[in-house]
Design a protein around this ligand. Structure first.
Ligand code: PLP
Length: 513
């Protein structure tokens, strides 16, 4: 037994010398408090290979003089620490997570199984094409299936998130317009209900945002849109259903009007789960579509791992797609870059296993299964809206898609109950909060997306909890009281960053500001 093995076997409570209550509030020490010199969580087999002096491997100027100041802990203490931390966290695996727009559905373990196969995990991104034919075929088949689902001609799997897909889409618009010639177009139209990444991507893509208001039904105001459309407009970005969970019924007119002035239509696919197998962005007139595989196709996200935001395009934009893409030739699959490509938008394929998860989800569900996903997501959201009307305001109280927006507007005026209080109090009831204060056009917004993975019993429990919360606003104002961390002053936490847990440093920082 080596000394390291002994440390591992000893376990215990690290250097703190005190016992740590399992679920108590604020009782978990930091990893540095658990640290004791010489402890290790990993040990290496001794070999007869001589140790090279560091000076022979790296120029002397690049070598550290002092060892790195990192925590030294045994494996036993490390596992205890991260397991206790994981118990203080709400997660998709723990229970319902009705965070609107984000689609926090349960992620089947089957997809993790597929992504753990050694043939996938052992491939290096630089492995020659000849040795990764299976990988390339998988990527090409995923590309084809995503195109079948969205009604588009070809896709790039490179963008690692929805927001990265948006920027890719805007660069595609720019390249396409440049080829058409004429005066440079400078504007992108976005509805006032849009997700914050849309205008941010527009700015990053070098365009100017023009906002179009929603009408009193919560959809794009068609008259206001026509006033904004001219030959300075490069395109419009929409999500359909929109962030109020409402289907843009005028989408055919919106598409025709935008195309008439020479603009392109970009589909923000974050809400694609509402229409899977029922209708397709391509059929609605969209030219460019991003998908959030981590929302619609059950890839863990929100701290659960890398996302994926493939972008699919209509026929006239295929040659501009980022490269390289897997293409089949006489001698098998190879990487090729489209003739007028905008270039790479992501180096290598660091998120490739997210693509495997989405691919296995699509294959395991099948076409009929994907359609059932959409139908149940919509049914669950409508059931919940129906159940909660009369308890909370529902500003657009008509049949919705996979999510709906409630509000504590009237409750705030009568009893002081705010959206944030509902969110905090729900944690005590064992549920994650809905999205709050978004979309911006609804005061005290609670954007609720139950997803298709929750049962009727869970929906009942969530609705009952929301009813109890509305009935006792004083309780909600004090919540959460049963979670490891109580209500923090978020503005203060964001403004006064304290890079250490040292209480004296925190006091000092308070005194200075
Ligand atoms: C989540 C989301 C995005 C951004 O996607 P990321 O993958 O988080 O970058 C864009 N639009 C809407 C409507 C979204 O819900």
């Amino acid at each position: 037994m080596t000394a390291d093995d002994q440390t591992r076997a000893n376990g215990g409570m690290g250097a703190t010398g005190r016992s740590i209550p399992l679920m108590g509030r604020d009782s978990e020490p930091t990893i540095f408090e658990l640290s004791a010199p010489g402890r290790r969580a990993a040990s290496f087999r001794t070999t007869d290979v001589p140790e090279w002096p560091a000076e022979d491997l790296l120029p002397a100027g690049l070598l550290r003089e002092e060892p790195l100041d990192i925590a030294e802990v045994s494996e036993r203490d490390l596992v205890g620490h991260v397991t206790r931390l994981s118990h203080r966290q709400y997660s998709v695996d723990l229970g319902a997570y009705p965070l609107g727009s984000c689609t926090m559905k349960y992620n089947p373990k089957l997809c993790d199984d597929a992504a753990s196969l050694p043939g996938f995990t052992n491939a290096h991104p630089a492995t020659p094409e000849g040795w990764t034919q299976g990988w390339l075929e998988l990527l090409a088949d995923l590309d084809a299936r995503l195109c079948a689902i969205t009604g588009m001609a070809a896709a790039t799997l490179q963008p690692p998130a929805g927001a990265a897909g948006e920027l890719t889409g805007l660069l595609l618009m720019r390249a396409w317009h440049a080829e058409q010639g004429g005066r440079e177009r400078t504007k992108i139209v976005i509805p006032d209900s849009a997700h914050g990444t849309n205008p941010a991507s527009v700015t990053l893509g070098g365009y100017e945002t023009v906002t179009v208001p929603s009408d009193d039904r919560g959809c794009v105001d068609l008259g206001a849109l026509r006033e904004r459309l001219d030959d300075d407009v490069a395109g419009i970005m929409l999500t359909n259903p929109n962030t109020l969970g409402l289907f843009e019924e005028d989408i055919a007119e919106i598409a025709a009007a935008t195309h008439e002035v020479g603009g392109l239509l970009y589909y923000d696919g974050a809400n694609l789960n509402a229409i899977l197998g029922v209708t397709r962005p391509g059929d609605m007139g969209f030219d460019i579509v991003h998908m959030n595989l981590h929302k619609t196709f059950a890839v863990p996200h929100g701290g659960g791992g890398p996302g994926a935001g493939p972008v699919a395009v209509g026929r006239r934009l295929v040659d501009f797609l980022p490269g390289p893409r897997p293409v089949r030739g006489d001698s098998g699959w190879s990487w090729q870059t489209p003739p007028k490509s905008i270039g790479r938008v992501h180096s290598w394929h660091g998120n490739a296993l997210a693509l495997v998860r989405a691919y296995s989800y699509i294959l395991a569900s099948g076409g009929d299964g994907l359609q059932r996903v959409a139908e149940r997501a919509v049914l669950n959201a409508n059931w919940l809206r129906h159940r909660l009307r009369g308890v909370y305001d529902v500003p657009f109280d008509r049949p919705n898609m996979h999510e709906f927006v409630a509000s504590t507007g009237s409750l705030k005026r009568s009893s002081g109950l705010r959206a944030v209080d509902v969110a905090k109090r729900l944690l005590e009831e064992g549920f994650h909060a809905p999205t709050t204060y978004f979309p911006l056009i609804v005061e005290e917004a609670l954007m609720i997306e139950p997803t298709e993975t929750e049962s009727l019993q869970t929906l009942e429990a969530l609705a009952s909890a929301l009813e109890r919360i509305a009935a006792s606003p004083e309780d909600a104002a004090a919540a959460p009281r049963t979670t490891p961390v109580g209500r923090v002053d978020e503005a203060r936490a964001a403004r006064r960053l304290v890079p250490t847990f040292d209480a004296r440093a925190a006091d000092e920082s308070d005194r200075l500001s």
